[in-house]
Design a protein around this ligand. Structure first.
Ligand code: SME
Length: 160
């Protein structure tokens, strides 16, 4: 059994530190990227409060394809010129969206989503996937979330 449950009173930076430690421990020695992304999605959902979707899109050819996630069923393929995920994969830059309704081209997979954080995963200089977090709360994500998720994305880049 794995029991990585975080202390609910943790400050955000420490929460991401513990999440990163748990992520490295859980994926250590496992070469199957789908298995690792599945466990990482479960960890994201367990460690980060107030999410309605947490998971991965993988860059395959010229589009993003749905990977393991926790949440409601989601759009399967996202062209790079669409959505918050497409913007992150295209630019290689984190997208922190306080109000998804104000983001041109936002793709509403779950109508409950109000804010979103998408961080690219880069390996050998190329974007290979993105981590996508959605929240039902407007402006749920801060720069601390972005910084914490970016560190995680670097640490897991060779495990997904
Ligand atoms: N909202 C995303 C699509 C993926 S779902 O949120 C799971 C976007 O605009 O790219």
């Amino acid at each position: 059994m794995f029991d990585f449950g975080p202390d609910p009173s943790l400050a955000t930076p420490e929460r991401y530190r513990q999440l990163s430690d748990a992520a490295l421990s859980l994926t250590e020695g496992e070469s199957d990227s789908i298995a690792n992304m599945a466990n990482l999605a479960a960890l994201l959902a367990e460690f980060l409060p107030d999410l309605n979707w947490a998971g991965f899109y993988r860059l395959i050819g010229d589009e993003l394809v749905l990977g393991p996630f926790v949440g409601r069923p989601a759009c399967i393929r996202i062209p790079l010129n669409q959505g918050v995920c497409g913007a992150a994969a295209r630019s290689g830059e984190t997208q922190l969206v306080e109000d998804v309704h104000a983001f041109p081209g936002h793709i509403a997979c779950d109508s409950a989503s109000r804010s979103e954080l998408v961080v690219p995963i880069v390996r050998d200089g190329q974007v290979i996937a993105v981590i996508d977090l959605d929240s039902p709360t407007p402006a749920r994500f801060t720069q601390e979330d972005a910084a914490g998720l970016e560190v995680l994305a670097v640490k897991i880049a060779d495990r997904v």
